[in-house]
Design a protein around this ligand. Structure first.
Ligand code: GDP
Ligand code: FE
Ligand code: FE
Ligand code: FE
Length: 193
C-alpha cells in the first residue's frame, strides 16, 4: 500500500495506468522490474515505495510516437539536441516529463531515475542505480554474464552499474549505432578505475 502520497492513488491504480499505456509484453517486463527493484531496494536501504513507483513508471512512455516526444521536447523547452536522438534515449529523458505531466508524479528523485534508466548518469542516487540495475537484471533477462552481474548488483551496487555500462557500450559499438554522449560520461564515471 502506498502511504507517501507521491502518486495520488493506490499501487493498483498506477498499475492500471501503466498497463493501459503498454503492450502486454512490455507491461510484464515492467512488473518484473518492479519485483527486482524492490529486492535491490531492500538490500541497499532504498525506500520500497519509491522503488515500486519508479519501476512501474520507467517505461511508461516507451510506446509513444516520435511526434509525441518531439512535441514534448518543445513544450518543456528541453535541450534541442535531444531532437537528434530517438526512442531509446527519449523514452527515459523525455518520458519522465510525461510521467510528471500525465501521472502527476513530481518526485524529483523518481523523475531523475527514469531520466537516467537507459543511459545512466555521472551522478546517480541509490534509487537511480537500483532502477538502472533492476531493468537490466530482471528475471527474464538472459545474456552472457547475467549470473555474474545479478550477483554483483547485490554485492556492490556501484560496481554493477559500471559493469552494465561497459557491457552496453561494447554492445552498441559492436552494433555500430550512435552512442549518446551521456552514455560515455556514465562509462567514464562508473566503469573505469
Ligand atoms: P528497455 O526500455 O527496458 O528495453 O531498456 P533500456 O531503456 O535500458 O534501453 C533501451 C535501449 O537503448 C537498449 O536497446 C539499449 O541498448 C539502448 N541504448 C542504451 N544506451 C544507448 C546509447 O547511448 N545509444 C543508443 N543508440 N542506444 C542506447
Ligand atoms: Fe527503458
Ligand atoms: Fe536499462
Ligand atoms: Fe525497461
Amino acid at each position: 500500500v502506498y502511504t507517501k502520497n507521491i502518486y495520488n492513488g493506490s499501487r493498483e491504480e498506477l498499475v492500471e495506468k501503466v498497463k493501459a499505456a503498454l503492450s502486454d509484453k512490455r507491461f510484464q517486463h515492467v512488473l518484473r522490474v518492479e519485483e527486482m527493484a524492490i529486492k535491490l531496494a531492500d538490500q541497499w536501504q532504498v525506500d520500497k515505495e519509491l522503488a515500486s513507483i519508479t519501476a512501474l513508471t520507467h517505461d511508461y512512455a516507451k510506446e509513444r510516437s516520435d511526434i509525441d516526444f518531439l512535441n514534448k521536447i518543445s513544450e518543456k523547452k528541453l535541450d534541442t539536441d535531444l531532437k537528434n536522438w530517438g526512442n531509446n534515449v527519449w523514452h527515459g529523458v523525455v518520458g519522465a516529463e510525461m510521467v510528471k505531466d500525465e501521472l502527476g508524479i513530481n518526485h524529483e528523485d523518481i523523475l531523475n531515475a527514469i531520466r537516467q534508466h537507459t543511459t545512466g548518469g555521472v551522478t546517480m542516487t541509490k534509487l537511480s542505480q537500483v532502477l538502472y540495475m533492476a531493468d537490466y537484471i530482471e528475471e527474464a533477462r538472459d545474456f552472457p554474464g547475467i549470473d555474474e552481474v545479478r550477483a554483483l548488483a547485490f554485492k556492490d551496487l556501484a560496481a554493477s552499474v559500471g559493469w552494465q555500462t561497459a557491457h552496453t557500450l561494447a554492445y552498441l559499438v559492436d552494433k555500430q549505432v550512435k552512442i549518446y554522449p551521456g552514455t560515455l560520461l556514465t562509462y567514464n564515471a562508473w566503469s573505469v578505475k
